[in-house]
Design a protein around this ligand. Structure first.
Ligand SMILES: Cc1cc2nc3c(=O)[nH]c(=O)nc-3n(C[C@H](O)[C@H](O)[C@H](O)COP(=O)(O)O)c2cc1C
Length: 190
């Protein structure tokens, strides 16, 4: 896929087909994370790949979805759950300020996944205390986020934001629409 089309179509997905992500795609996702830039090239991140259905369910139970939607209605229902999670772990003894590194790695990972048609949802709203135990993390480690993956069961498209309305919504077919502020509204040329 051409890069701009890849960037435009790589959206957040919150309902998935119940079909595993193939090993070669998982390898590409992890290699893409490895290729990401890192402050002073310290590389403080490591990754926990969760693919076994029992542990995927335990991680899923620690996640919250689509905060703009009422009554948890954006949460994947039974038969729509992600089939894989990757936990992004910061090693605090290497760098205590790894937020940008994590963002770049997540961007690479989700783009690599999407280049194979695998959708994702970055999950910041997760129970880090429970996941700390589930992932067997140590005191010098911190969970940044988990990213959910799977083949999407819906579409998602960008539209121009009107009147500062940036909340995503569903169209009549249940597909996501994601308002983005226009370039001219967020860019200043000097
Ligand atoms: C740092 C970060 C944390 C996020 N956390 C969540 C989350 O906890 N649950 C969720 O459903 N979506 C989460 N998202 C997805 C955003 O809601 C989504 O990126 C946004 O609505 C724009 O949609 P787009 O990714 O298709 O552009 C997160 C995204 C980012 C970048």
């Amino acid at each position: 896929m051409e890069i701009m089309e890849l960037l435009k179509s790589r959206r957040t997905y919150r309902r998935f087909e119940q079909k595993p992500v193939e090993d070669n795609i998982v390898n590409d996702i992890l290699t893409a994370a490895r290729y990401a830039s890192s402050a002073a090239n310290r590389q403080p991140l490591s990754y926990i790949v969760v693919r076994s259905p029992e542990i995927v369910k335990q991680v899923f139970d620690c996640t919250r979805w689509a905060g703009y939607f009422p009554n948890d209605s954006g949460r994947p229902k039974s038969g729509e759950e992600p089939v894989m999670f990757i936990g992004i772990v910061e090693n605090l003894s290497i760098n205590r300020n790894a937020d940008t590194d994590a963002g770049l790695a997540i961007s690479n990972m989700t783009l690599a996944a999407w280049s194979h048609g695998v959708g994702s949802c970055i999950i910041g709203a997760c129970d880090r205390t429970k996941l700390f135990g589930l992932f067997h993390l140590t005191e010098d480690q911190k969970l940044h986020t988990v990213v959910a993956f799977g083949y999407p069961a819906h579409t998602s498209r960008i539209e121009d934001a009107e009147n500062n309305e940036i909340r995503y919504h569903l169209d009549p077919n249940g597909n996501y629409v994601v308002p983005k502020r226009r370039t001219e509204d967020v860019v200043c040329f000097l």
